[in-house]
Design a binder for this molecule. Structure first.
Ligand SMILES: NC(=O)c1ccc[n+]([C@@H]2O[C@H](COP(=O)([O-])OP(=O)(O)OC[C@H]3O[C@@H](n4cnc5c(N)ncnc54)[C@H](O)[C@@H]3O)[C@@H](O)[C@H]2O)c1
Length: 500
């Protein structure tokens, strides 16, 4: 549980400082992390801690190859999606396994010229000879190739020649403006996620697989074993029904699930449990399931008033998109999908133009989600950003029986309200984003059951913390004071007119 009044935690995932020896990565990194409210990790200290000694001793005693193996192990443990600023050693870019790991983080290059580095390093590095000319040669021999590698890996280069405070300020500015990662379509396949666009194929071939379970609410023309879908069946009873069906058919996997987000969550949970984990394939049939629920591997069922209370991380083997299914979608279903797509767009700093072709916003929404979940599959840090609007949204969904999409729209409005009041989100940005929500349709007033909604919020997995926007594209995690939470709930329950 985080404290009310604690600084907001920027949801950026791991940020790694690289740079030559003498650039000041550890000193400046610690200062910048403190300014940003991010935890700071010194990779060399982690390597030493794991070896029961210091990084220098490991290097000197075991040699460089062994040091790099230890370095890769320490880095791999840290690049798990957590929000942290990590200072790495100068040679971290030398090893290919490290470079592959760094691809999953934001890399910042803290740079200084050779003279500054050599002046700062005088007497501090055993590999530097005493003679000044020889020093320069030794330094360039080590650093020459690394510069090119840093240039390829780094998102930004920061000049490290100023005072530590000044440089820390510059780093904090760059980190605060880092965009959330998104993924790219390559032909019909989404990079970084097993999403394959099968829109051009006839549906039976899209659905091919061992056993196909189909959401009863989806169009009847779909072949497969039909089972009830929707939120009411995303429950222990619904789970038992699916498990019984798998047992009757002696399912060996992969199991193909065709349906809305609730059905995919339900069948995904069953697949995680069936024979202690059976592969499954997701075929989303609603706009929301396409834009969001069908990727990322979070599966769950609801328990009493608690949304997604029990479940597992069990990513589908593949998500097959068939955009033709959108043709039968009602305007309400499109609106529900757009609510999640709006959230995704805000997280990467865009205000979605929802008049666009649904196929386009489905694809861009998927791509943003894929970029985030690929870097943080287990929700260690960055992925928390996807909960924008969902803390209040989930509470209202369970307590008032709203559709997920309506609950998310109301949750987004309350997140904007809180962001403006508690974090100082620019009022012009907030009103522009509020107008985007209003364009999705009117929201009637809700007779808020404040007591139950607050009780549900208190049971939320984030322990009282809310994802809010410090700016468009800058999600942070914060614990607002109780009065602000109450007011934000009231805001979510208010009538909101549709805007043209
Ligand atoms: N796992 C995740 O990462 C994730 C992300 C976002 C949302 N979700 C979950 O997704 C759920 C919401 O999904 P949803 O908006 O798809 O609603 P839904 O799954 O409840 O579906 C709404 C209704 O549409 C019916 N339906 C399904 N396909 C249809 C079609 N092609 N045409 C007409 N009707 C169809 C369903 O039977 C259901 O009655 C929530 O439970 C939410 O928690 C999960």
């Amino acid at each position: 549980m985080s404290e009310v009044g604690a600084p907001p935690l920027p949801l950026v995932g791991p940020v790694v400082l690289v740079g030559p020896p003498g650039a000041g990565k550890s000193t400046v990194g610690a200062l910048a992390a403190a300014r940003l409210g991010l935890p700071f990790v010194d990779l060399d200290l982690e390597i030493g801690r794991a070896a029961g000694t210091s990084a220098d001793e490991v290097f000197a005693g075991e040699g460089e190859t062994s040091f790099r193996v230890r370095e890769a192990a320490a880095l791999s443990a840290l690049i798990d999606g957590r929000n942290a600023l990590i200072a790495a050693g100068a040679g971290v870019v030398d090893a290919a396994p490290n470079r592959a790991l760094l691809d999953r983080a934001h890399v910042l290059w803290l740079d200084v010229d050779d003279d500054t580095a050599l002046a700062r390093l005088a007497g501090a590095r055993p590999w530097l000879p005493d003679d000044r000319a020889a020093q320069r040669v030794a330094y360039r021999l080590r650093e020459g190739r690394r510069r090119a590698l840093r240039a390829t890996l780094a998102r930004a280069r920061v000049d490290g020649r100023g005072t530590p405070e000044h440089t820390a300020g510059a780093i904090a500015e760059v980190v605060a403006a880092l965009p959330l990662p998104a993924s790219r379509w390559r032909g019909d396949v989404l990079e970084l996620a097993n999403v394959v666009d099968r829109s051009a194929d006839p549906l039976p071939s899209v659905l091919e697989g061992a056993l196909t379970l189909v959401d009863e609410g989806a169009p009847t023309s779909l072949p497969g074993l039909r089972l009830p879908g929707g939120e009411a069946h995303k429950s222990a009873a619904g789970l038992e029904r699916v498990l019984r069906a798998l047992d009757e058919h002696a399912a060996e996997g992969p199991i193909v699930a065709v349906g809305g987000g609730a059905f995919l969550d339900l069948v995904g949970t069953a697949a995680a449990l069936w024979r202690r984990g059976t592969p499954w394939i997701a075929v989303p049939s609603t706009p929301l399931a396409m834009a969001d629920a069908a990727i990322g591997g979070k599966t769950a069922i609801d328990v009493r008033d608690t949304k997604n209370a029990a479940g597992a991380f069990h990513a589908p083997l593949e998500t097959r998109l068939s955009l033709g299914l959108l043709r039968g979608a009602s305007p309400a279903m499109i609106t529900d999908g757009l609510a999640e797509a709006l959230k995704h767009a805000w997280l990467v700093g865009e205000a979605l133009d929802h008049e666009r072709d649904p196929a386009r916003w489905v694809r861009s929404s998927l791509a943003i989600k894929a970029g985030v979940v690929a870097r943080d599959p287990r929700e260690r840090g960055l992925r928390t950003a996807l909960n924008l609007g969902h803390t209040v949204g989930h509470a209202l969904e369970r307590v008032h029986g709203l559709s997920h999409g309506e609950a998310v729209r109301r949750g987004l409005l309350s997140a904007l309200w809180l962001s403006e009041r508690v974090l100082g989100l620019d009022a012009a940005v907030s009103s522009m984003l509020r107008a985007s929500v209003a364009r999705l349709g009117a929201l009637p007033p809700l007779a808020l059951d404040e007591g139950r909604a607050l009780a549900t919020l208190r049971r939320d997995k984030k322990g009282g913390r809310f994802v809010l926007l410090a700016a468009l594209g800058r999600p942070v995690l914060l614990t607002p004071p109780d009065e602000a939470v109450r007011a934000a709930l009231a805001e979510a329950a208010r009538a909101a007119p549709e805007s043209p």
